[in-house]
Each structure stands twice: as C-alpha cells, then as structure tokens.
Design a protein around this ligand. Structure first.
Ligand SMILES: C[S@@+](CC[C@H](N)C(=O)[O-])C[C@H]1O[C@@H](n2cnc3c(N)ncnc32)[C@H](O)[C@@H]1O
Length: 360
C-alpha cells in the first residue's frame, strides 16, 4: 500500500473525481496516453474492489448484455443520443413507449453503471457509453444477447461433462448443449447488529421468558445464530420461523438456544408481544399487496414494546443509486417480478400497514 498523508489522499480522490467527470483532452487526444490512462483507471478501480464487488460484477455478467439489449430494442439510447437537450424519464417513456415505472428502473440501472448521465434532477444526457450503444455498434448487442449468451452460459457444464477436453467437434460443442443455470451471490452487506443498537433498543430488562427476537422467513437461521452469538448473556427467547421443509432442515442439536416454528407469513403471527420481529430479504420478494398482508399479520401480534426490524434495501428517492442496488432490483424483477423500494415507496407501504418509521 502506498504511503500518503490524509490531505494528499483527499486531494488525489478529488482529482480522480474531477477527471472522471471531464477527462482532459490532453489525454483523450493522445493515443498512447489515452490507452495508458484507460488501463490505469480501470485497474485502479479493480484494485480497490471489495471481494463481494468482484463477485457481483462477474456473476451478473449476462445481465449487462440483457440490459443493454433492452435499451437497444426500445431505442432508449438512440432517442437520447438524437436529442439536442436533456430528456426526462417521462419524455423517454413517451418516445420509447416503455411504461414509466420500468423506464425509471432502466434509467437507474444505466446510470449506476455510467451508461448515461443524469445532468440534473430527472434530466438525462448521453455519455460515451450511450453513444456506443446506438447504431452501428449496437447491432452486436442483440447478437451477443440472443445468439452467444446461451452457449456462454452452458460452457462450464459442457466442459465439465466433457472432462475439460478442448471442444473440436462442431456437432458436439457448447452450442448444442441446452443446460441453463442461474446464481445469486451472497450480498456481502453489513449485518443488522452492526448498524442497529439491538441490545440497547430491545434488550432492556429481559428475562428468560421474554420473546426477544422472532426471525420471520428465517431460512436456516443465520440471523438467529448471529443474535445469540453476538449477545450471549442477553436473556430472552430467539425463534426462527419458516415453512415446514425449511424448518425440517434445521439442526437443532448443533444450535442450542434457538427455537423453531413452522409459520406461513400470510397468516396472523402466532407469537404475541415479541420485543423484535425481524425480516430480512422478505418484503422485497413481494409486490405491495402481499407485502402489506405480511406486515399486517405481523403487526397483529405487537405489544406496546414491539418493533419490526426490516433488513432490506432502501433505494434513495433522488440521485445516483449504487450499482449493487440496481442489480438487486433487476434480480428481483427477473426472478420474482418483485422489486427493491425507494424510500418513499417504503413510507407508503409501511404507512398502509399502520406502521411508522423510527429510523432508516
Ligand atoms: C429470500 S429468503 C430470505 C431468507 C432469510 N431471511 C435471509 O435473509 O437469509 C425468503 C425466505 O422466506 C421463506 N418463505 C417464503 N414464503 C413463505 C411463506 N409464505 N411463509 C413463511 N416463510 C416463507 C422462504 O422459505 C425463505 O427462507
């Protein structure tokens, strides 16, 4: 790691931000410098990726091709490139015929990956990437997406099943293989106990009988184990709830101190008056009506000391959305026709279930 004073580090980061907004023409107009700078900037970015950044960027590879194709098919990039002035999401929706909600979602994604720019609030302009995604270059996008991605995707299985021999037969190549696979990398986000003062907020004056923590849709109880391990001397019961087949897979002997319960979250919550009800990655799996039903079922069990802890993504209402969040949004859309929510969408949803927000 290079040594540098905090002031020098600040200045360097500021300089990089300036350069990325407006690359100097002295670099762009000199072929050699342009190449070197492009490589250095890319490798500087990769050099500071967190491990989970690398996993996400690589694992979501096929999504970029699909998102580019949607922008090409709908002519969103072309419309923007043809305009002499910045265009709003409404204007882009009108000119492309894409529904406004979907247009906004696409724009969030494209912006998070710097495929276009938001010059001012809800006003979009092209950049070098947008231009690259218009004709004639854009012809390649459809070809890759429709013709090449399927064999790319089956390549690992194909090679495994062929003993990692180099394919030489045109009638037995990955092309002929029809196996499709999908993976969702773990999120790598902070744990809720690192950002929420759990012990102070819900752990006061508890006894062995207090129901401390109910994890709704817990999967295999990672968050219950986390609470137990993080607060070993905190009194109170910890309960994980999920569907029968999930609870059946739980190893109770290996995890003492954690209760299990089969619970279907479209029915009223049977555990009354817990200090904390917790849901991670549950609400984002559902459209508003189902989400509201799950919330109302939980609220029905509240006592005056109960809180609901929702561990999910909150997209900012304005400004740049981090690319990790737009990937998650698209993931939800592709796999479950669900969504990540803007802060104002969370407020409306929670309000509709009679809940107020204490803190985000
Ligand atoms: C996306 S996973 C989240 C798991 C866990 N909370 C986490 O963050 O790792 C959704 C979980 O909800 C459970 N689930 C789905 N539908 C359910 C239902 N109707 N009632 C109860 N649990 C359900 C699934 O079995 C799964 O474990």
């Amino acid at each position: 790691m290079a040594s540098m004073s905090p002031t020098e580090a600040q200045a360097l980061v500021q300089k990089l931000e300036d350069i990325s907004n407006t690359p100097p023409s002295a670099i762009l107009e000199n072929d050699d410098l342009h190449r070197r700078f492009r490589e250095a900037a890319y490798s500087a970015s990769v050099a500071v990726h967190w491990p989970s950044d690398s996993v996400h960027l690589i694992a979501y590879g096929t999504l970029y091709s699909s998102m580019a194709r949607i922008g090409v098919d709908t002519k969103l990039f072309e419309v923007l490139a043809a305009s002499n002035s910045p265009l709003s999401s409404e204007e882009l929706a009108r000119q492309t015929g894409v529904d406004l909600v979907l247009t906004k979602l696409l724009l969030r994604f494209y912006q998070s990956f710097h495929w276009l720019k938001e010059a001012d609030k809800n006003l979009f302009v092209v950049n070098n990437v947008t231009k690259a995604l218009t004709p004639p270059f854009s012809v390649g996008i459809e070809f890759f997406n429709t013709v090449l991605n399927p064999p790319f995707t089956v390549l690992p299985e194909y090679l495994k099943s062929h003993g990692y021999k180099n394919p030489t037969s045109v009638i037995d190549s990955p092309w002929q293989s029809g196996y499709l696979t999908e993976q969702h990398p773990a999120s790598g986000l902070p744990e809720f106990v690192d950002v929420y003062p759990f012990e102070q907020e819900v752990g006061k004056d508890t006894t062995d009988e207090t129901i401390l923590f109910v994890d709704i849709g817990s999967a295999l109880g990672s968050q219950c184990v986390l609470v137990r391990n993080r607060f070993p001397s905190l009194k109170g019961r910890i309960i994980m709830q999920d569907q029968q087949h999930v609870i059946d897979a739980w190893n109770a002997e290996a995890n003492p101190g954690i209760g299990t319960m089969v619970y279907e979250f479209f029915t009223p919550q049977p555990v009354q008056g817990a200090r904390a009800y917790y849901m991670r990655n549950i609400i984002h799996d559902h459209q508003d009506q189902q989400a509201r039903e799950i919330l109302l079922n939980t609220v029905s069990a509240f006592s005056k000391d109960s809180v609901l802890l929702i561990d999910d993504i909150v997209l900012p209402d304005e400004g740049m959305v981090p690319w990790r969040a737009t990937l998650a949004d698209l993931n939800m859309l592709s796999t479950l026709a669900a969504k990540e929510r803007l802060e104002r969408e969370w407020r409306v949803l929670l309000d509709s279930a009679g809940l107020g927000i204490i803190k985000i």
